[in-house]
Design a binder for this molecule. Structure first.
Ligand code: SF4
Ligand code: SF4
Length: 322
């Protein structure tokens, strides 16, 4: 059996909701088929009060072996570094995180708040929230840049707002079945099996992106145009498989006409949600998108755009999915 303890910091429980929706494999599969022993989870466990506190203390002392610590939500350090804005089992949650992370073989951060700080960490960050091993794009976070778990791994980061159910359960299966050594993590601690490709890969709007044809209507199904040019889609610069591993097995944001917000990247939410930056492409001189796909610069973009628009065939301006 692989023991798992799941705790929540500054969280909306969105990743727990996502986890409970998993079906390849499901939470029940994890327990019945893959030998996960879920010691405690804030939404699923019956243990409360002193008995729960004793369990956490036993994990810290080693009386209860702890294989995987899962953390959802930001680590709250306020006010003034005390962590008392987030009290849990009679002490600041951040103190439990310090001790349980040291006791666990592997630590997994689930969701962008746990991995990079997410929404709670944007300015002015009144709760002094941070991620487990990153603060936004900067390595360090709560545990520190050089921190590794007993198994010698940095925090395994599964970002997303929320993370897709299958990303969570499939990584937990890999860890529970002794395949932690097979995980290749990128520079931001994300397993490359899910986070090497871009959200843009597999998007049904790719042919419109190619010919620089914009959709003009928010929420316009899978039909016409690309959401990059007007609606701020971050698919080309966001590492996630949202158009390969579909949500609810059938859709993605861009398939439903909603721009990708880049929730698996450490800078999420981009521009700290400043007015006028959400669902709106930020432009330079009113014509060139400020943020380019990795590997492209503005000069190349301008040259490509001019060529693509001139050569755009009639079908690239039409609704093809009749
Ligand atoms: S809608 Fe977004 S993800 Fe889809 S092709 Fe356009 S830029 Fe790429
Ligand atoms: S489409 Fe973009 S914003 Fe939506 S879940 Fe995927 S990475 Fe996050």
């Amino acid at each position: 059996m692989t023991t798992v303890l799941w705790l929540q910091g500054g969280a909306c429980s969105g990743n727990t909701m996502s986890f409970l929706n998993a079906d390849e494999p499901s939470v029940v599969d994890l327990i019945v088929d893959f030998g996960l022993d879920l010691l405690w989870h804030p939404s699923l466990s019956l243990q409360m009060g002193e008995s729960a506190k004793q369990l956490f203390a036993d994990c810290v002392s080693g009386a209860q072996p702890l294989d995987i610590l899962v953390f959802e939500g930001s680590v709250i350090e306020g006010p003034d570094g005390t962590g008392r804005f987030d009290m849990f089992a009679d002490r600041p949650m951040k103190d439990w995180v310090t001790e349980l992370a040291a006791a666990a073989n592997i630590v997994v951060g689930i969701g962008t708040c746990a991995t990079y700080g997410g929404l709670p960490a944007i300015d002015p960050n009144p709760s002094s929230s941070t991620g487990l091993q990153y603060h936004r794009t900067k390595k360090g976070g709560f545990l520190g840049a050089g921190w590794t778990s007993k198994a010698g791994l940095p925090v395994v980061n599964i970002p997303g707002c929320p993370a897709h159910p299958d990303w969570i359960t499939q990584i937990l299966v890999a860890l529970a079945t002794g395949r932690a050594g097979d995980l290749v993590l990128d520079d931001l601690g994300r397993p490359t099996t899910f986070f090497k490709t871009f959200m843009h890969n597999g998007c049904t709007r790719n042919s419109f992106f190619e010919f620089k044809q914009s959709t003009m209507t928010f929420g316009e199904g899978t039909r016409t145009g690309c959401l990059f040019y007007e609606f701020g889609c971050r698919g080309p610069m966001t590492h996630s498989p949202c158009n390969r591993i579909l949500w609810n097995r059938q859709s993605s944001k861009t398939r439903a006409g909603m721009p990708c917000l880049g929730c698996t990247e450490p800078e999420f939410p981009v521009s700290d949600l400043a007015p006028g930056t959400v669902f709106k492409t930020q432009m330079i001189s009113g014509v060139i998108p400020r943020d380019m796909p990795p590997g492209q610069d503005h000069a190349t973009y301008l040259a490509m755009t001019a060529t693509a628009r001139i050569s755009a065939p009639a079908w690239s301006k039409e609704d093809m999915f009749v």
